[in-house]
Design a protein around this ligand. Structure first.
Ligand code: FAD
Length: 317
């Protein structure tokens, strides 16, 4: 059976939920092999969790410089393994960095790429929502090793034992003059909240929230649920909330168990990033707002009245 390479999304060896979803999807296509890129020792930290979700092999592409070189170490490692292992496919998360890796890898290996995939049949036919979610299409890569970026939350992760055999991969260092290096980074806001693409509950605010200060209403409801905070592009462009929290076509794609939209109209570009959420709750004072077309539960009302009551009720329970 051919290998299926899965790029591991991790923070210092702590594996993120979307990787387990990718491993589950990979099992339907072949033998899952996890590819861990990072500083020396990260693959050993991640190995048990990866094996617990079906990884037969754990490739360790480790180097002292990997963490300071943006996404090129991942592209380099995957390109090398595509050549060496001739896998049936390469799966990466459809995160901001994952999508960038997928595009670059496809160019590097001369392969076709499918983005924002929601599912893959055993014969490699992928299901995708395209044109901002207006159409659902089935597509198949016919050139090279298929590279697929899979929407976080689209697949239910299953815990299945795999061998998890660790194998070191020596990726040649690039010419130091040709690489961009991260010289420092710090989280903007978000604190202890779960990551947007990993969270099982997302509470998002739109232009209806009205100001950066008022976003505390969104944050308080999110904290009552232990949820992540999201924002529409209008809220981001108006300076109410940082861009890293934008949900939608040009932001992040999320598929949580519960998505609560506060003061969001439901434009197609916003829906593209959240319409696969399992349950959608919308609070909007306009009964005609398009968000109600996809909401499972809708409240026509002022978010500044509804959200605090909801926060109080959730906290009380
Ligand atoms: P609005 O459309 O202005 O809606 C605000 C809503 O709040 C209204 O429905 C109003 O009734 C309601 N409201 C106001 N006050 C209250 C209150 N007190 N209580 C309850 N409800 C209230 N958008 C995204 O979100 N993500 C993207 O990634 C994205 N990408 C885009 C890419 C392209 C190429 C383009 C052209 C657009 C993109 N957009 C994206 C923008 C998108 O078209 C919409 O403009 C945007 O989603 C609107 O955001 P909103 O719903 O917050 O604002």
């Amino acid at each position: 059976m051919s290998e299926v390479l899965v790029l591991v999304d991790h923070a210092d060896g702590e594996v993120k939920k979307n990787t387990f979803e990718l491993l589950t999807l990979a099992r339907g296509l072949g033998e899952p092999s996890a590819v861990v890129v990072g500083a020396p020792g990260v693959a050993a930290k991640a190995r048990e969790a990866l094996a617990g979700h079906g990884a037969e092999k754990v490739y360790a592409a480790e180097s002292d410089t990997a963490d300071s070189r943006l996404i090129t170490p991942s592209v380099d490692a995957l390109a090398l393994l595509v050549e060496r292992a001739a896998p049936a496919a390469v799966l990466v998360g459809a995160t901001i960095t994952g999508k960038e890796v997928a595009g670059r890898l496809a160019v590097r290996t001369g392969s076709g790429v499918l983005v924002e995939v929601d599912g893959v049949d055993a014969d490699g036919t992928a299901t995708q929502a395209v044109f901002g979610g207006a159409y659902v299409v089935k597509s198949k890569v016919t050139t090279g090793v298929p590279v697929l970026s899979v929407r976080p939350g689209a697949v239910e992760a299953e815990a299945v034992a795999g061998a998890g055999v660790e194998e070191s991969v020596e990726v040649p260092e690039r010419d130091a003059r040709l690489v961009t290096r991260i010289t420092g980074s710090e989280p903007i806001v978000g604190g202890d909240r779960p990551e947007l693409t990993d969270a099982s509950v997302v509470v998002a605010g739109g232009r209806g929230v009205g100001s950066a200060e008022s976003f505390s209403v969104v944050e308080q409801l999110a904290d009552a649920f232990g949820a992540a905070v999201g924002a529409s592009r209008a809220a981001v462009d108006s300076g109410y909330y940082p861009g890293q929290f934008q949900v939608g076509q040009t932001g992040k794609s999320v598929s949580p168990q519960l998505y609560i939209a506060l003061g969001i109209s439901g434009a197609i570009q916003h829906r593209a990033g959240m319409q696969t959420s399992k349950t959608i709750v919308a609070v909007n004072k306009d009964a005609e707002a398009p968000i109600f077309e996809i909401a499972d539960f809708g409240v026509v009302g002022d978010l500044f009245s509804v959200a605090p009551q909801l926060t109080e009720e959730v906290t009380r329970r």
